[in-house]
Design a protein around this ligand. Structure first.
Ligand SMILES: Cc1cc2nc3c(=O)[nH]c(=O)nc-3n(C[C@H](O)[C@H](O)[C@H](O)COP(=O)(O)OP(=O)(O)OC[C@H]3O[C@@H](n4cnc5c(N)ncnc54)[C@H](O)[C@@H]3O)c2cc1C
Ligand SMILES: C[S@@+](CC[C@H](N)C(=O)[O-])C[C@H]1O[C@@H](n2cnc3c(N)ncnc32)[C@H](O)[C@@H]1O
Length: 669
């Protein structure tokens, strides 16, 4: 998918009888029978629901046109009421013109399902051109909102839909949403045995469905509609799966994860959400005891103009993390705050910043420019901020150990187990210690051991992970020369970064050192961090010039980031280097990443989540969910190009090994 077009929100009017309509399309959002009556009769009834989802592990619905979300609410309500409901319901809905939150609230003021509508509103995302996963019922009902023109977004989806809800405006007024091309693009996403339904009985609609293998019928309508269309997928010919297709795991839903830092915790979380049993082991006694052990770290997206792959990944990842973390932050289970973060930009002025923002077209509740004065007020500095910067609405900081433990909830953790070798035996992956004892085993294995991962894969997969040392500095709340009231400090960054811990101390970071294995906290590194804090406007010049002896008294922590050349994570099955080299000399196609041979192909069940670099807090949770979709076949929560951007295979190429297709980010934490 090329850089997506900015989202233009819906304009919604109300007709005199209260029916919502879209003046830009000259059509109503639902028939006079009412949204819920239409949803139940046409979309649920027309697709044989709830009956067809009963007893299923997962059922996937794909809707064209989310509109006000009434079909979703009616479907969710039917799922709640059905004692034989499927374990997981995924409702994917495509929407070119999503409603602004205030318009959605207005549209649901007299909802038939006020409690469900309120939950939808509470999670309504900023209108960015991304996929937005919203969880309900503890994640058992997931709404995957796909903002953008369906013709552009359909090719970016990876899912198999069991039921189609075709709900555009009238074909005469909204032709592209019923076009032959749209049906062609839907065809790739249809699961065996799928059904479809729509309120329209127009010829083009019936022909469109027939063209992609549906047997089409007209049945009686509702609310003044004589006929509606229902259909069952019954193709005369089923083409073979593409060569790159890897079937999801079919055996017992059990996984072993090696590593209990952010990466391992996120891999566990992704699988637990899909109903898996997960055991996580680590050489340390407790989770998050190595690099993920800092008491605080920044969590935010990034912005580039034009909208780059990088910016899109970190935007999607930060939005997902903010949504997942909100309840844990509110309950105090995870320390942190995600109510705004400021990134100072000394090289940008307001005019250029606003021009960049306008070119990309992102909403102000995701990102906005603040001049120096506003930046200072926002971040709680007592003096002037040195320059203006970007304010990220959902950014902030989290405690990595708390966040790791939160993501691990529901998994079995066993510490003090150092894995030396991996072995596949009798359909199980075994983790063995240095004496060859089996520590743990499962049919699916996720290696999430950061810089320890290459050794576990024994160079069968060349992982381009570089160790980059970093040291943080923790300043007492009464450190002389502080230009901020710690209780008022919102996290901010520039070249360095700073955030206030719950006890009032300020964490400033962080150094970036290559080829440096020193485990000791160094006074010289504290000075470096203080100099950066000074440039953020956080401390007086004198504070940064404190003697090294004074600085030795400061707390800090040393860790090593596992950094990839393109600064994006590695999530998926690792490449089998030997098989790749052999294939490269033959005639096998290797251009698409999916075609490259994986270690998983030979033995099954082997996956990787690593390379979180300087941004593990933002990346981990979404990377874990993408990994879980590789493993389980659940709909992928990101667009195909973002999945490719974090696929370990991107780092290998049949022509020039090690070349990366993604340019590195300039920002570091
Ligand atoms: C100074 C510093 C500041 C940072 N600041 C930020 C920030 O502000 N925001 C942010 O998002 N990120 C920040 N980061 C990066 C962030 O900490 C990392 O991205 C993240 O912690 C990586 O998580 P991980 O799970 O991949 O690695 P780790 O936390 O290192 O976890 C890997 C785990 O694997 C285990 N393991 C390894 N080998 C084996 C084996 N053979 N057997 C058993 N267990 C094994 C280890 O014990 C470890 O627990 C910072 C990093 C540093 C160093
Ligand atoms: C009839 S309404 C959908 C009503 C909705 N299903 C509900 O339950 O409230 C049609 C929707 O299709 C959307 N739409 C129109 N053209 C589109 C396109 N090309 N891609 C995605 N959505 C589109 C409109 O913005 C509108 O919200």
């Amino acid at each position: 998918m090329s850089a997506p077009a900015p989202i233009s929100p819906a304009r919604v009017d109300l007709l005199p009888d209260g029916t919502p309509c879209a003046p830009d399309y000259g059509d109503v959002y639902h028939t006079a029978a009412g949204a819920f009556a239409q949803a139940r009769h046409v979309f649920l009834g027309g697709n044989g629901l709830p009956g067809r989802w009963q007893g299923r592990e997962r059922f996937v619905i794909l809707e064209t046109g989310f509109g006000l979300g009434n079909n979703f609410l009616a479907t969710w309500a039917a799922w709640r009421e059905d004692p034989r409901r499927c374990e997981r319901l995924v409702f994917i809905s495509l929407e070119k013109h999503p409603l602004r939150r205030e318009d959605l609230a207005r549209a649901h003021r007299a909802s038939e399902e006020p409690a469900l509508a309120a939950e939808l509103l509470a999670q309504w995302p900023p209108l960015t051109p991304d996929l937005h996963a919203l969880d309900f019922e503890g994640g058992r009902v997931q709404l995957l909102l796909v903002f953008g023109d369906a013709l552009q977004t359909l090719p970016a989806l990876q899912a198999e839909a069991d039921a189609l809800y075709l709900d555009g405006f009238a074909p005469a007024r909204n032709a592209e949403l019923w076009s032959a091309e749209l049906f062609r693009r839907l065809a790739r996403l249809i699961a065996p045995g799928a059904t479809a339904a729509t309120w329209s009985a127009a010829r083009t609609v019936r022909d469109g469905l027939a063209s992609i293998g549906f047997a089409v019928e007209r049945t009686p309508g509702v609310g003044g509609k004589r006929d509606i269309t229902v259909a069952r997928h019954a193709p005369r010919f089923v083409p073979p799966r593409p060569a790159a297709w890897r079937p999801p795991h079919a055996g017992p839903r059990q996984a072993l994860v090696i590593g209990a830092g952010l990466a391992g915790a996120a891999a566990a979380h992704g699988l637990l959400r899909q109903g898996w049993q997960v055991e996580v082991i680590d050489r340390q006694a407790t989770p998050a005891a190595e690099t993920s052990g800092n008491p605080g770290g920044l969590m935010h997206g990034i912005f580039n103009a034009p909208d780059s792959l990088h910016a899109r990944w970190f935007r999607a990842a930060a939005l997902r993390t903010a949504r997942l973390a909100a309840p844990a932050l509110a309950s105090g289970r995870v320390a942190g705050r995600l109510d705004g973060f400021l990134r100072l930009e000394p090289r940008l002025d307001e005019a250029r910043a606003c021009a960049q923002l306008a070119a990309v077209g992102l909403p102000a509740d995701w990102i906005a420019w603040q001049d120096a004065e506003a930046a200072s007020a926002f971040s709680g500095l007592t003096g002037d901020a040195p320059c203006g910067g970007w304010q990220f609405g959902q950014g902030g900081w989290l405690s990595p150990p708390d966040w790791s433990r939160h993501l691990l909830q529901g998994a079995t953790f066993r510490g003090g187990l150092a894995v030396q070798h991996l072995r596949r035996d009798n359909g199980l992956w075994q983790a063995l210690d240095a004496d060859g004892r089996v520590l743990a085993a499962a049919p699916v294995l996720v290696v999430a051991a950061a810089l320890g991962s290459p050794a576990l894969l024994q160079d069968r997969a060349r992982l381009p992970l570089a160790p980059v040392r970093g040291q943080t500095t923790v300043l007492p709340a009464d450190w002389p020369g502080l230009r901020v009231l710690p209780s008022r400090l919102r996290p901010l960054s520039g070249q360095g970064y700073a955030l206030a811990l719950p006890d009032g101390r300020i964490l400033a970071g962080a150094t970036t050192q290559h080829d440096d294995a020193d485990r000791e906290v160094r006074a010289a590194d504290h000075r470096h961090n203080l100099q950066r804090a000074q440039r953020l406007g956080l401390v007086e010049a004198g504070a940064a010039l404190a003697s090294l002896t004074d600085l030795e008294a400061l707390d800090g922590r040393v860790g090593w980031r596992a950094v990839t050349p393109d600064r994006l994570p590695l999530a998926g099955p690792p490449v089998d280097e030997a098989a790749l080299a052999a294939a490269a000399t033959g005639r096998q196609r290797l251009d698409a990443l999916r075609l490259r041979p994986r270690l998983h192909d030979a033995q099954g069940g082997l996956y990787l989540l690593a390379g979180l670099g300087s941004r593990g807090l933002a990346s981990a949770a979404l990377a874990g969910e993408v990994l879980a979709s590789w493993i389980t076949g659940a709909p992928c929560p990101v667009a195909a190009d973002l999945r490719d951007a974090i696929d370990p295979a991107r780092q290998s190429s049949e022509r020039s090994p090690g070349r990366s297709s993604v340019s590195p980010s300039t920002e570091r934490s």
